[in-house]
Design a protein around this ligand. Structure first.
Ligand code: DAH
Length: 330
């Protein structure tokens, strides 16, 4: 049989043997010595080269060298595959040192976290939670709240109109009206929700934001009770040491009205966080409550404002960009 043919035969039988090789040490060694050893098949082919036709010698030599190389490379590759990684556990077949698979988990949006805290505080002192429409008519968003057409107080809130009579609510105060229309007093609710204003967008204003409205109606409800409740609320959110002040203000739906400021250490100035006041008798009349019998207080706060103060966030737009680098800090 000529040498060239033999070379091909050895190549094929080596490949077959390698394919079925297991990691058993003896089998590995046996295969190695059978083909690649000093007295193995390949070595014996080399010894036959001496007697080959001198004209064919260079080509046959080249083919033999090629065979030897190919066999060595594939043998080593196969054996390397048998090596156990560091940390490999024979009993479980697992390598415990491999890095784990990271499953990214989300977190609650900072506004949701603040809202949850606000809800906790008020529900713990007897308030229930209610919701109302974001698209509402002029009556609920303005007129019933003692803001008639052409009243200058409408300038306080730049409005998105759906049509002449329908608006995106500019505040959650519209739900005060729905609550009183649909329930008999006494009632005590907070109302979280999204509100919309057609304002120039900047670090402190956005075209939408969130508020929590509060409404308490009963027979003997005083302004000082409201002050106590709101002070308690502010201290639970910002801590006992927060500096707080009530400042006289004006809202058409409350009389008297006030705003609550807290001292912002970072900016070194008072920051307004909510408006409040005793429910104006005109509002009671608009919903059919007798103002001679019923009294109440109401308040409204911006959730973004509170979150910005509490977490020292300087730009309101962060809340809406959903940048994970921002969100993952909470
Ligand atoms: N609706 C007011 C606003 O958006 C906030 C507010 C002030 C709500 C006083 C109230 C209140 O209920 O009594 O600016």
């Amino acid at each position: 049989m000529n040498l060239q043919k033999k070379i091909e035969e050895v190549r094929i039988s080596f490949r077959t043997a390698l394919d079925s090789l297991t990691s058993d040490n003896d089998a590995v060694e046996e295969l190695r010595s059978k083909y690649l050893g000093r007295k193995g098949e390949i070595a014996s082919l080399f010894s036959k080269l001496v007697t080959a036709d001198p004209e064919e010698k260079p080509l046959l030599g080249k083919a033999l060298n090629q065979l030897k190389n190919d066999c060595l490379v594939s043998f080593e590759k196969k054996v390397r595959g048998f090596e156990k990684p560091v940390g490999y556990s024979a009993s479980s077949g697992m390598d415990y040192t491999l890095p784990g698979i990271h499953f990214p988990v989300g977190s609650l949006h900072p506004l949701q976290q603040i809202l949850d805290e606000i809800k906790d505080v008020f529900t713990s002192i007897g308030f229930s939670i209610a919701y109302g429409p974001e698209i509402d008519d002029d009556f609920h968003n303005f007129q019933a709240l003692n803001i008639p057409k052409h009243h200058p107080a409408r300038d306080m809130q730049d409005t998105f109109f759906i049509d002449k009579n329908i608006v995106l609510r500019t505040h959650t105060s519209n739900v005060q009206i729905h609550l009183m229309e649909n329930n008999n007093p006494p009632l005590r609710y907070i109302v979280p929700g999204r509100v919309y204003r057609n304002e120039a967008i900047s670090f402190k204003s956005y075209c939408l934001f969130h508020q929590v409205e509060g409404l308490y109606v009963d027979k003997h409800v005083s302004f000082s009770e409201m002050k106590g409740t709101l002070e308690y609320f502010v201290k639970r959110i910002f801590g006992r040491d927060v500096k707080i002040r009530f400042r006289p203000s004006y809202f058409p739906f409350t009389e008297p009205s006030a705003e609550v400021d807290i001292w912002d250490e970072k900016r070194d100035q008072w920051m307004e966080i909510l408006g409040c006041g005793s429910v104006d008798p005109a509002v009671f009349e608009n919903v059919g409550y007798d103002p001679e019998i019923w009294q109440g207080y109401a308040f409204g706060m911006g959730i973004e404002r509170i979150a910005m103060l509490k977490y020292k966030i300087s730009d309101i737009r962060h809340f809406y960009q959903n940048d994970v680098r921002f969100l993952s800090q909470f």
